[in-house]
Design a protein around this ligand. Structure first.
Ligand code: PLP
Length: 395
């Protein structure tokens, strides 16, 4: 007998939760593939490389060695110490293991930190276009999202004069992301100093999403945490997904003052309990072992970025700046005369190339597409040829 379900009465707060379109486009692209269509995947933000073999071996060894049980909510002491040492060295600040919380991916740090710090009615300034989960989480907790527009003419860095105007008495948190998804923008040392000066001594915390910190092609990575007096006002988010091609392992971390670390650990106790123990042992190897695979991957991303930018700039209606970091390009498509979403859909359906509409990253992403360079040169060439043919026929 067919059973009818009563209407689901979801909690009101669920209407405020956004999503990440990359996963939806991936599903649509897979559905087209199931019908026999050949698709080049440039939609998802993950390295196409395998996790380095030394890291896999460390994970397998840990599995066989009994790291199959619950561990402490904030992470295994070995990994917290390793991360503390790594951040101390790379960001030039003293870090204690008590200031490190290991979680399943970089994302949970956003989720937990925003839940732990931001109240209804507070304001949060965040980059737009930007990683969609920032805006989603700000709305979810009932706070006011205050976007700072990242402009192409500034290579998608912060316009500090505009940023200053957005700070109010209700500003509780500022989110930075450098290198930046989706634009590849990278904050300079001066940018970081100017942002810190603009905030001044107001009681505002900064969530600094540095998940692409090792993927800087021009200049170098600068963290606000490294500035004098900023250690305790910064929550640094970093992880393993992008640097070590470990997206599916689900492991990331936050570095923050110890009292906030305790609150974030409590959220972890209430949700995941802990990050999988054997993956954490692989994390120790990732950070302390041979780094040559990271260098190799980064050199390859650079080669692909250059090819992609060169190719896109030859396509009718497209113009693309060279991103300074991360593994995305963000071409301006306003001269095609097409809105971003319609163009991304047509390129998927008619040209067989999956990419993302710029406005999947917020309202200021309109007029752009995001294409990932986490695919082989052969596939990038194939995608460029397909988009070019499509543009010549349709624009
Ligand atoms: N932060 C940014 C800017 C990202 O682009 C991503 C992933 O796409 C994350 C955080 C989340 O990374 P993870 O897969 O480790 O949760």
């Amino acid at each position: 007998m067919l059973q009818t379900m009563t209407p689901l009465r979801l909690a009101q707060r669920m209407s405020r939760l956004g999503t990440e379109t990359a996963f939806e486009v991936l599903v649509r692209a897979r559905a087209l593939e199931a019908k026999g269509k050949d698709i080049v995947h440039l939609e998802i933000g993950e390295p196409d490389f395998d996790t380095p073999s030394n890291v896999i071996e460390a994970g397998v060894k840990a599995l066989k060695g009994g790291y199959t049980h619950y561990g402490p909510a904030a992470g295994l002491p070995q990994l917290r110490q390793t991360i503390a040492d790594y951040i101390a060295k790379t960001r030039n600040v003293p870090v204690a293991p008590e200031e490190v919380v290991v979680v399943p991916g970089g994302k949970p740090i956003m989720f937990f930190v925003i839940l732990a710090l931001v109240e209804e009615g507070d304001e949060v300034i965040y980059p737009n276009p930007g990683f969609p989960i920032y805006e989603s989480m700000i709305n979810f907790v009932g706070a006011k999202p205050v976007p700072i527009q990242l402009k192409e003419e500034m290579d998608f860095r912060f316009d500090v004069a505009e940023f200053k105007k957005l700070i109010t008495d209700r500003t509780k948190l500022v989110i930075l992301n450098s290198p930046h998804n989706p634009t590849g923008g990278v904050l300079t040392e001066k940018d970081v100093r100017d942002i810190a000066a603009a905030i001044g001594d107001r009681d505002i915390m900064v969530l600094s999403d540095e998940i692409y910190s090792r993927l800087v092609f021009e200049g170098s990575h600068h963290s606000i945490m490294s500035l004098d007096g900023w250690k305790d006002r910064t929550i640094l988010l970093d992880g393993f997904s992008k640097t070590y091609a470990m997206t599916g392992w689900r492991m990331g971390y936050g570095v923050m003052r110890p009292d906030l670390a305790t609150a974030v650990s409590r959220l972890q106790t209430n949700s995941n309990s802990c990050t999988a123990s054997f993956t954490q042992m692989a994390g120790v190897e990732a950070l302390t072992g041979d780094q040559s695979s990271v260098d190799k991957m980064n050199a390859e991303f650079l080669r692909r970025r250059d090819r992609m930018v060169e190719g896109l700039n030859k396509i009718k209606g497209f113009s693309c700046r060279t991103p300074h970091g991360a593994f995305y390009v963000f071409p301006n498509i306003t001269k095609t005369g097409w809105p971003s979403k319609k163009l991304a859909d047509a390129i998927l359906d008619e040209a067989g190339v999956a990419c993302l509409s710029g406005n999947a990253f917020g309202k200021y992403g309109e007029g752009y597409l995001r294409l990932s360079v986490a695919n082989s040169i052969e596939n990038i060439n194939k995608a460029l040829e397909r988009i070019d043919n499509w543009a010549n026929k349709n624009l």
